[in-house]
Design a binder for this molecule. Structure first.
Ligand code: SF4
Length: 466
């Protein structure tokens, strides 16, 4: 399966966008509004820090016992007549889902939003066997019409203004242009309604799975998940292995945290709990690893699997707000993507991502389940540089830093090096061309002129005689 992180093209768009940022005002406005509303809703709970601690502890317990809890979840599902299937990676998961589609002679699929299905590039896989898959979440529906990836994990079309959505609908759906929110929603509603009724199969992700009862929960605001999972006769739910909690006693905690940080709501408009197939219907649950056990096996990165996909860290991240989701090259953008993508795909494909951060630490502060994102970003940088297959692994840079350490160990070496730097700084602006990294740096910047007073040491001696 074609992976967008493979090949020489990877990170070129990111590099370009970081070098020549064109801030997207719709994205900046949406993120600013979203974070203000979310924080107010979260902190309206007086014990919010304790809730965060509790959610963190539940997730830590779950991950420490994941093998047993997953087995318990699967056994309980099967006892209710649910068909449980296990996928090692995205390719495996696609094979399983396509097999289900073929067995049931499926021609059309309606899909609720699922980031795992984005990992799998499931729509492409469906197209390869002639199955038409339609995204039914409003944001995903818009993004699918544009033929691009979502830019955010909760609000996929957040980069588009109402005017731009109106233009997309006008062009792709052949309807009169409008930029009125209600009218745009009604157009999508009208187009999607018939699809729900006629689809052969419905698909969804899973927000929270409960091991002790073999049930799972989906939250939404639009009603499309309810229709996608109940109108067709077959429902296939995709789940990453980390979506589990031990049992329903912890469900209210996560049902509160996810929408409060995700959309600033106390609860989502709809909460669905699935307890097995109803009569005459089929329910499949596909449990997917796709690199997650790699993170699970590393104590330094395990906490990234606490993530409940609320999107809060993206809204808070100064880099994400400038560059948007596509710049991160794959499914998960922002601080979450920086940490998770190298774990899922390996540093050889995503080794540059950990460097797309200002390291301000705002993401760690905001995360409702206390994923230590900032620390993980720093660790990922170190690991990326150490990993020989990573594009961030540079022998030249290693030599440079070894030389720097050698220089800093003796005062005379430092002084001598500074003399060379001064001479270089004086003559560099006169040169027509600067080689290698220097050239990249000076393309958009002027080299600062050396101080006339000489070195910092001389200045210090002159001004601090006592
Ligand atoms: S890492 Fe934390 S803040 Fe970011 S999406 Fe996951 S749960 Fe939300």
């Amino acid at each position: 399966m074609e992976n967008p992180l493979c090949g020489a093209a990877f990170l070129k768009p990111e590099t370009k966008q970081l070098a020549e940022p064109k801030p997207n005002q719709a994205l900046i406005d949406a993120m600013t509004k979203s974070i203000d509303v979310s924080l107010a809703t979260c902190w309206s709970i007086p014990d919010w820090p304790k809730w965060r601690d509790a959610a963190h502890d539940v997730k830590a317990y779950t991950l420490a016992n994941l093998d047993k809890l997953l087995a318990q979840f699967a056994d309980n599902l099967e006892a209710k007549g649910v068909k449980v299937l296990w996928a090692r990676d995205a390719e495996d998961a696609n094979k399983i889902v396509l097999e289900i589609a073929k067995e049931n002679n499926v021609k059309t699929v309606v899909k609720g939003k699922s980031m795992v299905s984005e990992e799998m590039e499931l729509n492409k896989a469906f197209a390869s066997i002639g199955v038409r898959a339609l995204e039914t979440d409003l944001g995903e529906f818009i993004v699918q019409l544009t033929g691009k990836r979502p830019t955010h994990i909760v609000t996929p079309a957040t980069h588009l203004s109402a005017k731009e959505v109106g233009e997309v609908f006008h062009e792709k759906l052949d309807v009169p242009f409008t930029e009125q929110h209600e009218e745009l929603t009604m157009i999508a509603r009208h187009k999607l309604r018939e699809e729900f009724i006629s689809a052969d199969m419905g698909m969804s992700g899973i927000n929270i799975a409960m091991a002790s009862t073999g049930s799972f929960c989906l939250v939404e605001n639009e009603g499309n998940i309810g229709l996608s999972t109940t109108a067709p006769k077959i429902h296939v739910a995709l789940m990453g292995i980390e979506k589990l909690i031990p049992g329903p006693e912890y469900l209210p905690l996560f049902l509160n945290m996810l929408p409060r940080m995700g959309t600033g709501q106390k609860l989502t408009s709809y909460t669905h709990i699935f307890n097995g197939p109803t009569e005459g219907r089929k329910l499949y649950v596909v449990i997917i690893d796709n690199g997650r056990t790699r993170a699970l096996a590393q104590p330094r990165h395990r906490k990234v699997l606490h993530c409940i996909r609320c999107g809060g860290c993206m809204a808070r991240c100064p880099v994400y707000r400038q560059v948007g989701g596509w710049a991160y090259g794959w499914v998960y953008p922002g601080p979450l993507g920086i940490v998770l993508t190298p774990q899922l795909l390996g540093f050889e494909k995503a080794g540059k991502l950990p460097f797309a951060s200002s390291l301000c630490g705002a993401c760690s502060q905001i995360c409702p389940v206390k994923v230590d994102l900032a620390h993980q970003i720093v660790r990922s940088r170190a690991e990326s540089i150490e990993s020989p297959a990573s594009p961030a692994h540079s022998i030249a840079e290693r030599l440079l830093w070894t030389g720097f350490v050698w220089m800093m160990k003796k005062r005379w070496r430092y002084n001598m090096a500074m003399r060379f730097v001064k001479i270089g700084a004086r003559f560099a602006p006169l040169l027509p061309y600067h080689p290698w990294l220097m050239g990249r740096w000076t393309r958009g910047r002027a080299i600062p002129a050396a101080q006339k007073e000489g070195s910092f040491g001389k200045w210090w001696k002159k001004n601090h005689k006592d």
